[in-house]
Design a binder for this molecule. Structure first.
Ligand SMILES: Cc1cc2nc3c(=O)[nH]c(=O)nc-3n(C[C@H](O)[C@H](O)[C@H](O)COP(=O)(O)O)c2cc1C
Length: 168
């Protein structure tokens, strides 16, 4: 018989998975922008290109993402740590004073993002306390820069990081 894993143990384990940081955005029916900081983002399919994003059902922006016809995944550069914090804080005026502008699909895009991946919303799947948002990728814009990394419950930048070859 397996022992129950506590939330603390689960969080501790997952905190050891280093990952990129994104701000995922969409537009409400009344034109208001919504967005949240997300690291639970990954590619889902190559042909056709699709992505998935896991969104907490308790998030204030959840109802909007439930119905939005498009969303954008903005992959943050190391300079955008404050933006990541702001978009992870409930009740913040998240877009005030930022350079977000409306992308061709209607979702806000960040011009200085390392990459912006704009999607038409597809299936939404409720599992546990999150909803998996899936999107068909329609447009990708990339910029040079260094990524913002989230690891061990903190933000990191890849200073002096050494590239290790992937192929054996
Ligand atoms: C680095 C980082 C990554 C996060 N990743 C996710 C994520 O993938 N999914 C999620 O639902 N919340 C994630 N969060 C938490 C949300 O950004 C935060 O709860 C946000 O305020 C939710 O949006 P709301 O203000 O509309 O409620 C993350 C927070 C941080 C700091």
């Amino acid at each position: 018989m397996t022992e129950m894993v506590t939330e603390v143990q689960f969080r501790q384990g997952m905190s050891q998975l280093a990952g990129g940081v994104t701000v995922v955005t969409c537009t409400d029916y009344d034109g208001a922008w919504r967005g949240f900081t997300a690291s639970d983002v990954c590619s889902l399919s190559l042909k056709p290109p699709m992505v998935l994003v896991c969104l907490d059902r308790a998030a204030e922006c959840h109802p909007t993402f439930q119905v939005a016809s498009s969303f954008a995944v903005n992959i943050l550069a190391s300079e955008d740590r404050q933006l990541a914090k702001r978009f992870a804080t409930k009740g913040e005026e998240k877009f005030a004073g930022t350079s977000f502008h409306e992308g061709p699909l209607g979702a806000p895009v960040l011009p200085e993002a390392l990459a912006t991946i704009e999607c038409h919303a597809r299936e939404r799947i409720d599992l546990g306390d999150h909803t998996i948002l899936t999107g068909a990728v329609e447009r990708v814009v990339t910029n040079d820069g260094q990524p913002l990394v989230y690891y061990d419950r903190d933000f990191w930048r890849l200073m002096n990081a050494q590239r290790e070859e992937c192929a054996s």
